[in-house]
Design a protein around this ligand. Structure first.
Ligand code: GLY
Length: 346
């Protein structure tokens, strides 16, 4: 991270890759190394489909010389703070008790460090807190009350994360969830059969080939109090090896945890696969680990899962069981692209 790089770390992590020029007025600015690095990689940010603004922001910052983890976190914060995005941060859908519990994790490639928070309540931007765990502690993951206390000690505000809209969605779910409880069905409402598992995974590489990854989520809607998915698990929700690439996931966390999908996808790239093929191969592994109760009658998965991958050169790709999109900015403008699919429409 820009503000944690000592002079020695900065030189060690970046100087070997320097092949370009220093932006005007930025020479020697070690605390904010605004150096345009050419040749090693095409600066790129790739993320899930709800992240067009985050990939734009992340790439803009990287091109200005920001550290890749700083850029990734600043990107996903846009959605965490957006009350209309009910998959992350403020406005994220709550657990079965109506409490929003957030998960996030990150890896900083150049320094090979990680941070994570799980079941964090009352703090809008868990990605920032995960970065602080990485930056200021000898640990990798803080959860629950401890994570919240840690965040408050850095000046974060304890806030109600439910918006009127997310509260209403929860009340509707609670009323309609079953016929044998004491809650009367809300009339004229469609029961929520599909349980949203929205998440953001964002991976960034700069011109030096330095990578970082971050994943943030409010997790599975209406989850059991305390449930933690894949997003805060380093190696599942996201992973970076600065020698190879970054990868991460959105969708059903439990299925990803079973294959350590972020790590596995990076390992596929290490063995020479393209990012897209690496993501598809990880999905095949997920299927091999999927029990029958999670399959539809036609043998296809009854849940969704996506993987996103970026290698050290700036090549990228994504794959999904079923049709899905992702967001990317590789310097030619932010756009949506189609994920490769394991199960094309019949
Ligand atoms: N992938 C997000 C979750 O399952 O919590």
């Amino acid at each position: 991270m820009t503000d944690t790089l000592s002079r020695r770390t900065f030189i060690g992590a970046g100087a070997a890759a320097l092949a370009g020029s220093v932006l005007p007025g930025q020479a020697g600015a070690l605390e904010s190394p605004a150096i345009v690095l050419r040749g090693a990689a095409r600066p790129t940010a790739i993320s899930s489909a709800n992240s067009l603004a985050p990939v734009s922001r992340a790439l803009e910052l990287v091109l200005q010389g920001s550290d890749t983890l700083d850029a990734a976190v600043e990107g996903v914060k846009i959605q965490e703070l957006d009350p209309k995005d009910n998959s992350v941060g403020y406005g994220g859908l709550p657990n079965e008790d109506g409490v929003v519990q957030l998960d996030a994790s990150c890896v900083h490639g150049p320094t090979r460090r990680a941070g994570a928070v799980g079941s964090l309540e009352g703090i809008k931007t868990p990605s920032e807190v995960a970065k602080l765990v990485l930056k200021y502690t000898n640990h990798i993951m803080l959860v629950g009350e401890g994570a919240k206390k840690f965040a408050l000690s850095y000046g974060f505000q304890d806030e109600d994360l439910l918006t009127p809209e997310s509260r209403q969605l929860w009340l509707t779910w609670r009323a309609n969830r079953g016929g044998s409880d004491d809650w009367l069905d809300v009339p004229d409402k469609t029961p929520m059969v599909v349980r949203p598992t929205g998440t953001i995974n964002l991976n960034v590489v700069n011109a030096a080939g330095d990578l970082s990854s971050v994943t943030t989520t409010s997790g599975l809607a209406w989850k059991i109090n305390g449930r933690v998915g894949d997003s805060p698990i380093v190696g599942a929700g996201q992973y970076t090896d600065n020698d190879v690439g970054s990868a991460g996931s959105t969708g059903r966390g439990e299925s990803n945890i079973m294959v350590c999908g972020g790590f596995l996808t990076v390992e596929h790239m290490r063995r020479g696969m393209s990012p897209t093929d690496a993501c598809l191969e990880t999905l095949r592994r997920v299927m091999a680990m999927t029990p029958p109760r999670l399959l539809r009658e036609d043998g296809r998965p009854a849940f969704s899962l996506q993987f996103y991958a970026l290698n050290k050169k700036g090549e990228y790709g994504a794959a999904s069981f079923f049709r899905a999109r992702y967001a990317v900015h590789d310097g030619s403008g932010a756009s949506f692209k189609d994920c490769a699919v394991l199960y094309p429409p019949k």
